[in-house]
Write a protein that binds this ligand. Structure first.
Ligand code: SAM
Ligand code: SF4
Length: 352
């Protein structure tokens, strides 16, 4: 289908509203309303489950400019995308990234977008939290896998626990709702599940546990890291009352209310409980490659159509062709017999 969506030059708030748009719906009748945009593959940390210590990053010339990222996001918004998550690598290490947040804020003000958010390791939040709030960001995800500064260094390799904590403080002080993402790692932080829950809920933070996914080659064996969350949930139920509360954020997490703490707890379980049937998401890398599924290799290049012409006709054609190929789901398996990653690219490439 060729969509005749045309944009006037994006020079002011009013002019880049679409004249005609058609929603993005995949072959399984799933509407694509959520896009995760990776703005850089670089990071100031090297988490052991995410990257190898020695990473090759993309040359800067391959990256979409901030203006191109803005144009791409506007095109998605014109096709019915209601939620944008800026991610990476570490999104807040991209130079002038606040320009993009301020630019995207216009879609919140126009009502076209319901949420602009980000996933961050927290290292730069002390510097940017207030500006993020000014741009219209209301909720953010901060990755924190341990409350032990020594272990934090072991997991992140380059991270500084105090800096991340200061970032979380700054985010809360700026009025942002913070959700902590904790990747459950066998033998590494499994003894901290309860303390993290008490700490997060004690500070008014939501908490989500994530199963480690077999994305990209790393130094360790995935099977040594993988801690199934059904096990974590069962252990927690021995101590806490967990009630499914139907709360959704438009993402993959299944949420529960913890009666004893009054806080919200999420589980992201791509391995033990596949959630692909309700998938409403696609991901774009910082080079403009669109991945229709986190766990599959098929992708579409959006950079070429974006650069080929100043109007968006080619871009929308490319989007239509790509969404028509969105697969039913991923095929993640972690086990001793499956030593190779499900896909070769790291999470930091596709964006978490
Ligand atoms: N740098 C930011 C951060 O750490 O929050 C954003 C990008 S990071 C790739 C996004 C999320 O993906 C983080 O919560 C991180 O813990 C998670 N992640 C990275 N690699 C993963 C993997 N192999 N399996 C599961 N989660 C992973
Ligand atoms: Fe960086 Fe985030 Fe990956 Fe850690 S999880 S290495 S902070 S991109």
């Amino acid at each position: 289908m060729s969509v005749v969506t045309k944009f006037l030059p994006a020079t002011s708030e009013a002019v880049d509203a679409p004249i005609v748009s058609a929603p993005l719906v995949d072959p399984f009748r799933r509407a694509i309303t959520y896009v995760r945009v990776s703005v850089t593959d670089r990071c100031d940390m090297r988490c052991v489950y995410c990257m190898s210590e020695d990473m090759n990053f993309l040359p800067k010339r391959d990256l979409l400019s901030l203006e191109e990222l803005d144009r791409l996001c506007a095109a998605f918004v014109s096709r019915g995308v209601r939620k944008l998550r800026i991610t990476g690598g570490e999104p807040l290490v991209r130079r002038d990234i606040m320009w993009l947040f301020h630019a995207l804020g216009r879609h919140l003000r126009s009502g076209a977008l319901s949420e602009l958010t980000l996933t961050t390791n927290g290292s730069q939040l002390a510097r940017y939290a207030t500006e993020l709030a000014d741009a219209g960001v209301r909720r953010i995800n901060v990755s924190l896998d341990t409350l032990d500064p020594v272990k934090y260094k072991e997991i992140t390799r380059w991270g500084d626990y105090a800096q991340t904590l200061a970032g979380i403080d700054a985010a809360q002080a700026a009025g942002l709702s913070v959700k902590i993402n904790m990747v459950a790692l066998k033998g590494t932080n499994e003894d901290e599940i309860v303390s993290m829950l008490q700490w997060a809920h004690g500070r008014g933070l939501d908490l989500t546990f994530i199963e480690v996914m077999p994305l990209g080659a790393i130094e360790s064996e995935r099977a040594d890291q993988f801690l199934p969350l059904n096990l974590v949930e069962a252990r927690l139920r021995e101590q806490f009352t967990l009630r499914e509360n139907g709360y959704r954020t438009g993402g993959p997490a299944r949420y529960m209310q913890v009666a004893e703490t009054g806080g919200r707890l999420g589980f992201i379980t791509p391995l033990t409980h596949n959630f692909c049937e309700s998938c409403n998401r696609v991901r774009v890398t910082c080079t403009g490659t669109l991945y229709m599924c986190l766990g599959q290799d098929d992708a579409a290049d959006l950079r070429a159509p974006l650069r080929a012409s100043p109007d968006n006709e080619l871009l929308h054609d490319a989007l239509d062709a790509a969404i028509a190929r969105k697969p039913k789901g991923h095929d993640f398996i972690i086990g001793r017999d499956h030593a190779t990653p499900a896909v070769a690219r790291h999470m930091s490439v596709t964006g978490g």
